[in-house]
Design a protein around this ligand. Structure first.
Ligand SMILES: Cc1cc2nc3c(=O)[nH]c(=O)nc-3n(C[C@H](O)[C@H](O)[C@H](O)COP(=O)(O)OP(=O)(O)OC[C@H]3O[C@@H](n4cnc5c(N)ncnc54)[C@H](O)[C@@H]3O)c2cc1C
Length: 376
């Protein structure tokens, strides 16, 4: 069964491997659970790999040109980095908004693409991409689902999200038992004893945000200097000086201790030249960034440059005709990894994809103020 555009409802669907899943779709479409919704090979105009902001906006631009999209993502929710890394952070450089929370931007994008009824394959990693007859592409997900697409758009961002993990014995046994690699909902940390680790923007920003929320907050950084924005670093130091959190620089993580139930009990650290210190903790959040791993995308024969896909700037096509790459995953002279750059790329890509699918025919350019939105 195909799942069309989902909103606040319950949808039962049958995966190809026979497992039945019930997707409880809550008030936000971002909460769409992972499921599979077709048997056999699905035919679609364009398959978009990656449901980050850029992949989602690509649905809109393709829809304007009457191209229907299927969006596939390895994560169980849409939103890419915005959903996974910083859902509650305000973004200030989205045109038309003085600021917008990352999760709200994703909700708005989902509303914007709703008229084009995209289908989603969430919780599915794309592992294979092969050419088919007639210039079409066969996209294969890890669980064996197959899509036949007229063109493919890779909007894979940083690739599959793999957090960098500190080398601590027993770390993985404590994952989801106090150890997490991203803060999904800061409210869940209200009043708790939280230890953050890291020296980049993510660690600094979360320290600033959680200082108001956590019951007890410690930031552990192995160096004395932060890699993140100097302004944020100064704010963190000021908070520590004011006694509103504990800042431990030049401090190494030593070990994690569990309680009898197998949940995190404490984090032991050691500041240079001092004795080890045991910090009682409910939550430990090492924020060492994500390992940018292209994963299977690196094996598809596309021209790459330092783990990014090379594209032209006319239509963001890769070195292989019919395969386009937009958003953080691509590279070209002057590339800026910004959401708005990805939106621009999506618009030009859609014209390129249309021409590829329609044997070179040029779509007529029209303003939405003239055409409105013609639902697909
Ligand atoms: C802390 C932080 C703050 C930021 N602040 C800003 C800001 O203020 N303004 C701004 O413009 N930008 C900001 N950015 C950058 C912005 O988040 C990115 O530019 C944006 O997310 C890129 O969108 P995308 O859709 O290209 O990729 P992503 O958001 O990375 O989404 C890519 C998706 O592709 C999926 N994927 C990858 N490989 C596969 C595969 N093989 N199969 C299936 N799915 C796959 C991933 O799971 C992911 O969901 C910030 C980034 C961070 C980390």
């Amino acid at each position: 069964m195909e799942l069309g555009f989902p909103y606040s409802t319950q949808i039962s669907c049958q995966s190809t491997n026979g497992l039945k899943c019930l997707c409880k779709l809550l008030s936000s479409p971002r909460l769409l659970d992972s499921c599979c919704f077709f048997a056999g090979m699905k035919e679609i105009d364009v398959c978009i790999i990656g449901a980050g902001p850029v992949g989602l906006f690509a649905v809109f631009e393709l829809g304007l040109l009457r191209l229907k999209a299927y969006v596939i993502d390895t994560l169980p929710v849409v939103g890419g980095q915005l959903a996974e890394i910083y859902p509650q952070k305000p973004i200030y450089d989205i045109p038309g908004y003085s600021y917008i929370l990352a999760e709200d931007l994703i909700d708005r994008l989902m509303q914007q693409i709703a008229p084009f009824h995209p289908s989603f394959g969430l919780g599915q990693k794309v592992v294979g991409l092969q050419p088919m007859k007639g210039g079409r592409w066969r996209v294969q997900s890890q669980n064996g689902d197959l899509i036949s697409a007229g063109a493919v758009v890779i909007a894979g961002g940083l690739g599959c999200f793999e957090p960098r993990k500190p080398d601590l014995p027993g770390l993985e046994a404590l994952e989801n038992r106090g150890v997490m690699y991203r803060v999904r909902d800061p409210e869940k940390l209200r009043g708790r004893r939280v230890v953050l680790a890291g020296g980049g923007d993510s660690a600094l920003d979360w320290t600033l945000q959680l200082a108001e929320i956590a019951g007890e907050l410690t930031l552990v950084h192995r160096n004395s200097v932060f890699r993140g924005a100097p302004k944020s670093a100064a704010q963190v130091r000021a908070l520590a000086d004011a006694g509103r959190m504990r800042l431990l620089t030049s401090t190494a993580l030593v070990s994690l201790e569990a309680n009898q139930e197998g949940n995190l009990a404490s984090v032991t650290v050691q500041t240079k030249g001092q004795e080890p210190l045991c910090l009682e903790a409910d939550d430990f959040v090492p924020l060492y960034g994500l390992t940018p791993q292209l994963g299977p995308i690196a094996e598809w024969g596309l021209a790459l440059n330092a783990s990014a896909i090379q594209v032209n700037t006319e239509n963001f096509q890769t070195s292989v005709p019919g395969i386009f790459a937009i958003g953080d995953i691509n590279t070209y002279p002057g590339k800026l990894k910004l959401i708005l750059s990805g939106f621009h790329e999506a618009a030009l890509m859609a014209y390129g994809a249309y021409r590829y699918i329609h044997g070179g025919a040029k779509p007529s350019f029209k303003y939405t103020t003239v055409t409105g939105i013609n639902a697909l």
